[in-house]
Design a binder for this molecule. Structure first.
Ligand SMILES: NC(=O)c1ccc[n+]([C@@H]2O[C@H](COP(=O)([O-])OP(=O)(O)OC[C@H]3O[C@@H](n4cnc5c(N)ncnc54)[C@H](OP(=O)(O)O)[C@@H]3O)[C@@H](O)[C@H]2O)c1
Length: 325
C-alpha cells in the first residue's frame, strides 16, 4: 500500500499507536499479511502455554496443523489449556516446569522432545511481572531466572536438537526500551528490587542475548525476539491493573499479541532481529538505553557461566566463538 512505510513509522514513533490494537489493525491491513500456511510436520514447544499469548500461539499453531507442546507450572492448568485447544487440532503435549528452575526446564525439554518426536521451534514465552522479591531454589532472583536463565538453558538444549533449520523465538517486551543493558545489574537484589524495573531489565537482556546467539551461530537456527505490543491477558490484568483499567479499550487481543510469534515460526526472516507486527524494529528508543556491544558480549558470558554452573547438559554456549565487540 502506498504510504504504508510512512504510516508504520508514524505509529511506531507514538508508542501508543504502535503498541495498541490500533497499530495491529493498521499494519495487518496495509502490509502483505498472509494467513498461516499448513504447518503439518512442524513441532513447537511453547513455554507459558496455559494462558494469554502462549495459549493463543499454541492454539493457532495447533489449528494450522503443527504438533505443539506447552509448558507451565501447574499440571491442572496445563490439562485445562490442552482441553481448550480447538477441536480438530491434535491435543498438545503438556510438560510441567517453572521456567526459573533449571532442573525442571531440562526435564521438561526432554519430555517435550519425547512427546513431539523431535523439535523444530521453541517459543520462549513464559514470563510475569512480579512485584515482590523472590529467589529460585538455586538462589537466583526470580524475574531474572524466569526470563533469562531458564530460556538460555532451553536454548542451549534446543540448538543441537533443532539444528540449522530450527528457530528460537523469544517473547520480549516493549518495556525493555526503558532499560540499558548493564551486565553488573541484570539481577536486582532484595534491597533494590522493583518489579517493573526488574522485568524491563530482564527483557532487555533477552533481546541482547537473541542478537548475541545470532552472531555466534549465523548459519542457523534462526533467532528472533519479538514484542507483542500491549495485549489484554491475565498477566496484564494481574500485574498491571491500573494500566489495564486505563488502556483496556485499546489493548490487543491475545491472538493479536501472539501473531508475530506465530508468524516467526515459518516466515523467511533474517536471524538476530527484534520484531513487532511482522516487521523488524529498533532495539533502542531512548538514547543511551540500549546495549553496548562489549556489555552485550559480557552479559552473554555471564549468563552462560551461570547456566553452565547448573550442570553438564549446558555446554553449547561455552563451545561457541567469542565475538569481537
Ligand atoms: N500481555 C502483554 O501485553 C505483554 C506485553 C509484553 C510482553 N509480554 C510477555 O508475554 C509473555 C506472556 O505473557 P502474558 O501477557 O500472556 O501473561 P499470562 O497470561 O500471565 O501468561 C503467562 C504464561 O507464562 C506462564 N508462566 C508465568 N510464570 C512462569 C514461570 N515462572 N514458569 C513457567 N511458566 C510461567 C504462565 O503459566 P502458569 O501460570 O500456568 O505457570 C502462563 O502460561 C510474557 O513473557 C510477558 O512478559 C506480554
Amino acid at each position: 500500500m502506498k504510504g504504508a512505510g510512512w504510516l508504520d513509522a508514524a505509529l511506531e514513533a507514538t508508542v501508543v499507536g504502535g503498541f495498541s490494537r490500533l497499530g495491529y489493525a493498521a499494519r495487518s491491513r496495509m502490509f502483505d499479511w498472509p494467513a498461516d500456511p499448513d504447518l503439518t510436520g512442524l513441532r513447537v514447544l511453547v513455554t507459558g502455554g496455559t494462558s494469554g499469548l502462549g495459549f493463543a500461539a499454541a492454539n493457532r499453531l495447533a489449528n494450522a496443523g503443527a504438533r505443539v507442546a506447552i509448558s507451565g507450572r501447574d499440571q491442572a492448568r496445563l490439562d485445562d489449556a490442552a482441553d481448550r485447544i480447538g477441536a480438530g487440532a491434535a491435543r498438545p503435549v503438556t510438560t510441567r516446569a517453572d521456567a526459573g528452575e533449571l532442573d525442571e526446564v531440562a526435564r521438561s525439554f526432554h519430555e517435550a522432545v519425547a512427546g513431539l518426536g523431535g523439535l523444530d521451534v521453541v517459543i520462549n514465552n513464559a514470563g510475569a511481572l512480579t512485584h515482590d522479591y523472590r529467589t529460585t531454589s538455586q538462589g537466583y532472583e526470580q524475574t531474572f531466572a524466569v526470563h533469562v536463565l531458564g530460556p538460555f538453558l532451553l536454548t542451549e538444549l534446543a540448538i543441537p536438537q533443532i539444528g540449522a533449520h530450527g528457530r528460537i523465538i523469544t517473547v520480549a517486551s516493549g518495556g525493555m526500551y526503558s532499560e540499558r543493558l548493564d551486565p553488573a545489574t541484570m539481577q536486582m537484589t532484595r534491597e533494590d528490587y522493583d518489579g517493573v524495573a526488574a522485568y524491563a531489565r530482564a527483557k532487555r537482556v533477552q533481546v541482547s542475548l537473541n542478537a548475541q546467539w545470532a552472531l555466534r551461530l549465523p548459519d542457523g537456527p534462526v533467532f528472533a525476539a519479538m514484542h507483542p505490543g500491549w495485549a489484554d491477558t491475565p498477566g496484564v490484568q494481574d500485574s498491571l491493573p491500573g494500566f489495564r483499567r486505563i488502556t483496556a479499550p485499546i489493548l490487543r487481543t491475545p491472538d493479536q499479541g501472539a501473531d508475530t510469534a506465530v508468524w516467526l515460526t515459518y516466515a523467511q526472516v533474517p536471524t538476530g532481529q527484534f520484531w513487532l507486527d511482522r516487521r523488524p524494529r529498533s532495539t533502542v528508543r531512548i538514547p543511551g538505553r540500549g546495549a553496548d556491544p562489549k556489555d552485550a558480549e559480557r552479559a552473554f558470558h555471564e549468563v552462560a557461566d551461570m547456566v553452565a554452573a547448573y550442570g553438564p547438559e549446558a555446554e553449547v554456549a561455552a563451545s561457541l566463538p567469542t565475538i569481537e565487540a
